[in-house]
Design a protein around this ligand. Sequence first.
Ligand SMILES: Nc1nc2c(c(=O)[nH]1)N[C@H]1C(S)=C(S)[C@@H](COP(=O)(O)O)O[C@H]1N2
Ligand SMILES: [Mo]
Length: 414
Amino acid sequence: MKDKNLEQLEMDRRTFLKTTAAAGAVGLMGSSFAQQQPTADQVVRGKNPKLVVLSPRPVVLESTLELLGSERITSKANLFVRNNIDLPGLNTTEPNVQPGWEVEFSGLIDKPFKVTVEELSRLPQTEVTTVLQCSGNGRSFFNPRPSGNPWTYGGVGQVTWRGVLLKTLLEAKGVNLDPKARFITMNASTQGGAAPYEKSFPISVMEYSSAMLALGMNGEPLPAVHGGPVRLVAAGTFGTANVKWIAKVEFTASESSGNEQVPRYRVPVLPGVNIPILPTQPGSRYNYTLENSRSNWMANINSFILSPLPGASVRGRRVDIRGVAWNDGLAPIETIEVSLNGGTTWRKALIERDNGKYGWYHWVSPQLLAPGEYEAMVRATDAVGRTQPLNGNVWWNERGYEWNGIMRVKFTVT
Ligand SMILES: Nc1nc2c(c(=O)[nH]1)N[C@H]1C(S)=C(S)[C@@H](COP(=O)(O)O)O[C@H]1N2
Ligand SMILES: [Mo]
């Protein structure tokens, strides 16, 4: 595989962003000020200026390996942002105070109802720590590179949500599901003329895993840019199913056929056959339908090295290689292994702590290393044997989703 290394990709991306941003901004505003790429804190108030601006409008901000490795729970300042539409009024990490905000429940239930944020905050609250990851994270590593935001590793973070489980809410309201209900179809608020963002996920996610209306994040009210006042969080799923500024929840017999459900946010599968992804020819086109593809639902297994950072110089001999691993939470991660010889031999890392089944497993691999150049690789495997491909490009797909190829990090020991 002739993959470029991380530093090269990072340079490509910065050059690409500088040229496109400068061209776009000049077109918009025509001033010399506009030629400067805005920093993340200028795009969203309260964000760390070290986040990478993939798009200033709609806002797309990527975190970095360094920031992800600097804290156990990703702070609101360091969490990535992915907006499909421009919502200038919500570009802040401050709360979005909206007294009387309602979420409407309808569809295949015996009693349609509405619930306000005030009522939600009086119901029993549950806390759950989840990995929030854009299904496009890692897209830059696919070869040829699919169109779409050129994420490297930073479209991910781990946060603690607080809110009301859908199960708890339905119970409190005495509402029963029609047995024909198979999907939960959600809509974001269209206030401010924003286009609807309609997504569906299988009802089994709510029943077997968990789904909640979240009002809080990391012990504070939900930041406006992350979906406040209320967001749907479906533990174990990719970010795309976690609808921000939620206004409608509908129980439906089939998936939404809206643009965000098909053709967007899908990977090829064989119709009716439950495989992770149907391998397709790199560079080929695919005509996505509800039948020949599936939505980016449950997160696949993945692991990152967060220390040493790519290109870092570290003092030997004792070097602790550290990082995180995660999956959809449906089976525990059992083995995390590190290789320093291109995958010929692997040594088991120690799992230092987990953050519940939907969060990150923090791991460490202590090594004794002589001065020299190294390339570390990491691979996670869960209790049902799901693991990561050595060459992530085997699952190349036209839209560049669900990359989980084994990460490689070059570093120097002095
Ligand atoms: N209403 C709404 N919800 C949304 C989106 C959006 O554009 N609008 N983007 C989705 C996608 S693709 C991702 S990856 C996550 C990103 O969550 P964050 O911006 O809070 O990090 O939100 C999801 N929920
Ligand atoms: Mo996403």
